[in-house]
Design a protein around this ligand. Structure first.
Ligand SMILES: C[S@@+](CC[C@H](N)C(=O)[O-])C[C@H]1O[C@@H](n2cnc3c(N)ncnc32)[C@H](O)[C@@H]1O
Length: 347
């Protein structure tokens, strides 16, 4: 995706917003308008603007347009790009930038478990990590794979728990993440697409994917789950922590979402469950978790570190994240998407 020029005149930006409302819908047009702001967005404004409840009539217009056939055409263009391009666009901006808002202990970039308003992000992320451990109780000597290992957060937590580093493997498509996790922590990380790669049969006892299935496109889910099932040893277990749609296919927000995660498309939750069954995996656990406090915490930390963030990534990327967190918060608040944790067992 090409970068947005940051110095378009104000009237030019308004004209473009109008044009984008017609070609891509109101949500996309508003996001793009504020991302291309010639000045850093005011945090209070951004939060209020993107989390405000619309009048039902306006919300139904936002949800209905672009029409389904237009969304299909628009998405077909975006989905031509490789996963690697989309991942690079989102993640390879600066590891230091992510440190400004992620939890200081692990750098998890996925939903934490807050139990009250008083929890710090660090406490909430550790609670989440412990829950993920408790779901499949990994042990030393078991071969464990993490799909989409980010900055090594779960690998580190697994290592802390089992004391076994040699049996752990992470995969990511972000060059920055792979370099960071290898150099800083010495884990075995494969810089590969976990969708297209080949896995040796019956080679893993356990598999984690935490916040990675959101990047897997609808028609890739079943083939991926079949491969993962074959990669598991008999009775092998997988944990998938991801958010999925509660409403039908390809809502209008999918189009706006391309500004943040180009080349990714969410699926309905029922599609994930169907694919697991078809692949020969039994879903033995499915819990839901509230993503909103995590998004709010990341937003607050980013806004607090505005000046350093601008130095590290520049205006457009800063503004992009400042609109991303509240608009994602609003999607969870409207119940359009929900975060699930699944445990699947090889049949
Ligand atoms: C939202 S981050 C989550 C990172 C980490 N699991 C955590 O909880 O902090 C998503 C991760 O999935 C990886 N990813 C997404 N699609 C991928 C693919 N097709 N192949 C390899 N890695 C992928 C990204 O590179 C990134 O590391």
């Amino acid at each position: 995706m090409s970068s947005l020029p940051s110095t378009i005149s104000n009237s030019g930006r308004w004209l473009r917003r109008t044009r984008h409302s017609v070609t891509h819908g109101m949500a996309y047009a508003a996001l793009r308008f504020y991302i291309s702001s010639p000045t850093p967005l005011d945090a209070k404004f951004a939060w209020q603007y993107f989390t405000r409840k619309q009048a039902p009539f306006i919300q139904s217009l936002i949800d209905a347009y672009p029409f389904a056939f237009q969304r299909r055409l628009l998405m077909a263009r975006w989905l031509k790009q490789s996963h690697a391009q989309g991942i690079e666009y989102h993640y390879d901006v600066s590891n230091e930038f992510y440190k400004l808002f992620l939890d200081r202990d692990f750098m998890f970039y996925s939903c934490a478990d807050f139990s009250s308003d008083h929890d710090s992000l660090e406490i909430a992320q550790r609670r989440k990590a412990d829950h993920l451990l408790s779901l499949i109780a990994p042990a030393a000597g078991e071969r464990i794979l993490e799909l989409g290992c980010g900055w090594g957060s779960m690998l580190r937590h697994l290592h802390e728990t089992t004391g076994d580093k040699e049996s752990l493997t992470g995969m990511t498509l972000s060059k920055e993440q792979a370099r960071y996790v290898r150099e800083k922590f010495g884990f075995n990380v494969r810089l590969e697409d976990f969708i297209t790669t080949d896995y040796a049969p019956a080679s893993y006892d356990k598999i984690y994917s935490i916040g990675a299935m959101e990047h897997v496109r609808p028609d890739e889910i079943l083939p991926l789950l079949r491969k993962l099932r074959d990669a598991l040893k008999p009775n092998g277990r997988m944990v998938h922590h991801f958010f999925s749609l509660n409403i039908g296919w390809r809502p209008a927000s999918t189009v706006a979402g391309q500004l943040i995660f180009p080349g990714s498309e969410l699926s309905p939750h029922s599609h994930h469950l169907w694919a697991a069954r078809e692949a020969g995996l039994e879903v033995v656990h499915d819990s839901t978790h509230d993503y909103r406090p995590t998004l709010r915490a990341w937003f607050n930390r980013l806004a607090k570190n505005r000046d350093r963030a601008l130095e590290l990534v520049g205006l457009e990327t800063y503004n992009r994240y400042l609109v991303f967190f509240p608009s994602a918060w609003a999607m969870f608040d409207r119940n359009e998407v929900t975060l699930h944790r699944l445990v699947m067992v090889k049949q």
